[in-house]
Write a protein that binds this ligand. Sequence first.
Ligand SMILES: CC(=O)SCCNC(=O)CCNC(=O)[C@H](O)C(C)(C)COP(=O)(O)OP(=O)(O)OC[C@H]1O[C@@H](n2cnc3c(N)ncnc32)[C@H](O)[C@@H]1OP(=O)(O)O
Ligand SMILES: CC(C)C(=O)C(=O)O
Ligand SMILES: [Mg+2]
Length: 566
Amino acid sequence: MPTMPIEKYRAFQQIDLPNRTWPSKTITKAPLWCSVDLRDGNQALIEPMGHERKLRMFRALVAMGFKEIEVGFPSASQTDFDFTRFLIEEGEIPDGVTIQVLTQAREELITRTFESIKGAKRAVVHLYNSTSTLQRRVVFGLDREGIKDIAVQGTKVVKRLVSTVPETEIVLEYSPESFTGTELDFAKDVCEAVMDVWQPTASKPMIINLPATVEMATPNIYADQIEWFARNVKWRERYLLSLHPHNDRGTGVAAAELGVMAGADRVEGTLFGNGERTGNVDVVNLALNMFTQGVDPELVIDDIDELRRTAEYCNQLPVHPRHPYAGDLVFTAFSGSHQDAIKKGFAARRSQNDVVWEVPYLPIDPEDLGRSYEAVIRVNSQSGKGGVAYLLEEDYGLHLPRKLQIEFSRVVQNFTDTTGKEVSAKDLFDMFRKEYLEARYPLEFVDHVTLPDSHATEKRTMTSHVKLYGSSKEVHGHGTGPIDAFCDSLAKELGIALEVVDYSQHAVGKGADAEAVTYVEMKGSGTATLFGVGRDRNVTVASLKAVASAANRLHAQAAGASVAAK
Ligand SMILES: CC(=O)SCCNC(=O)CCNC(=O)[C@H](O)C(C)(C)COP(=O)(O)OP(=O)(O)OC[C@H]1O[C@@H](n2cnc3c(N)ncnc32)[C@H](O)[C@@H]1OP(=O)(O)O
Ligand SMILES: CC(C)C(=O)C(=O)O
Ligand SMILES: [Mg+2]
């Protein structure tokens, strides 16, 4: 017994194209892009764009470098008509940019459409009628000839009206709407009939747009349909073959890519895939896919966050946090092993000065899209030491030794496991500060004086002022350096036995603001070691503070708590 009522559905029929060539093609050049945000995207919105939102979107599309922009369906709404007039009358359309307007193949609608484009230098008049078996039967109640006639009559009207806009160069675009549900021989028949009326030439080609109005099959089938069409429909050099994929099966981008491999010249789509139902094909996704293959996408997408804000404002719809390239979380790694690999990838790039982008788990350099690395690594309970260390390094300039990374990540893990929450870089630094830099109880280092030794040996005597359980004390120690001497004084005068196992130091900041950070790994009376960290403008003071930090942490550990947990 099937789990679902499969008897209600039929498999899409394969296309008979045994010698298909598209599977071995590579995309080496960007197609002509046409944005349909202001029409197809707009018609799918809960609240269609008004003038102000349309203009903001139009300007963003122009700034990106779109050369063709479908600005509306002027015969359908006064807003779209007025907007088209506004663009023309206010000189908003830069040279090299062509507006496109959609119309059904109905005379009164085409006439109104022509009224909307008067005065434009160039305009694509996009004529459509549905040709699929289903729509022929249930929507139009017409046979093939009847449907072809709608297309032919519509084209004749367009041709006749060209003389009403003498200052405008008209390009005809014809869409056999619901192409993917149309028999290929019939799509050919209709499109050739339209071409017979329009008489395109190689120097003045028309556009034939083959929409996956509804995505009905796997993307290879769409590619087969496109290749079949390009090979079998006459006058290939007299028309630009355009794709208009929708995303019903979630494969709109794949369909467009395979369609381009199959010979398409042009792609219609929207920013971030807004559009009817599951959307139109996402042109940003497509363009950036090309970019990651070293192909010039011929669209500027260097501030993807701003572009996303524009789309979200105009469409009044959010872009999903995991949306390819654009989502808030797509350049973010929470998981420990990914963070570790990304951190190493960045370090390798820095040391090798590589031109070619190769960082594990990051298919594109976020900086190319105007996104910073800051958000790349984020820390929650799934994260490891690498992510924690990365954030402290990137945001606070702290280069934690590897063993300290492991030690501190336990403190972080304890917190994230308990709260279940993400921790920001600032949270991490606060934890680090409390755990190490502010570990001042019971021992606080106050200051020190190093005295020249009267016996001219290598050792020196150092007097330090400390507080122990809040009481000021002066202690004296002997050693080859300040750390050595300080440990000596702590052991002899306060009974705190400490041994330095490892030591490292680096500067944070530059010039007058520079500070030293010292990390000391120390051993108390037991065998386990732990770290102390000190920070100060004075290099020696930073080291002595680090020793005190370690002493306090050993004390806290002996008492069964981390300093941060107190
Ligand atoms: C796949 C796509 O995205 S196609 C674009 C769809 N976009 C839109 O429809 C948005 C704007 N549309 C509208 O505002 C309206 O549909 C209008 C103003 C264009 C037309 O409105 P109406 O005149 O009320 O007609 P409606 O849209 O209901 O169309 C239905 C009629 O047009 C016919 N029709 C539909 N599409 C076409 C077409 N492309 N060419 C010719 N006739 C068509 C239908 O067969 C139907 O005819 P009938 O009334 O004789 O049964
Ligand atoms: C008007 C046509 C091209 C359309 O939007 C579609 O078929 O999806
Ligand atoms: Mg569409």
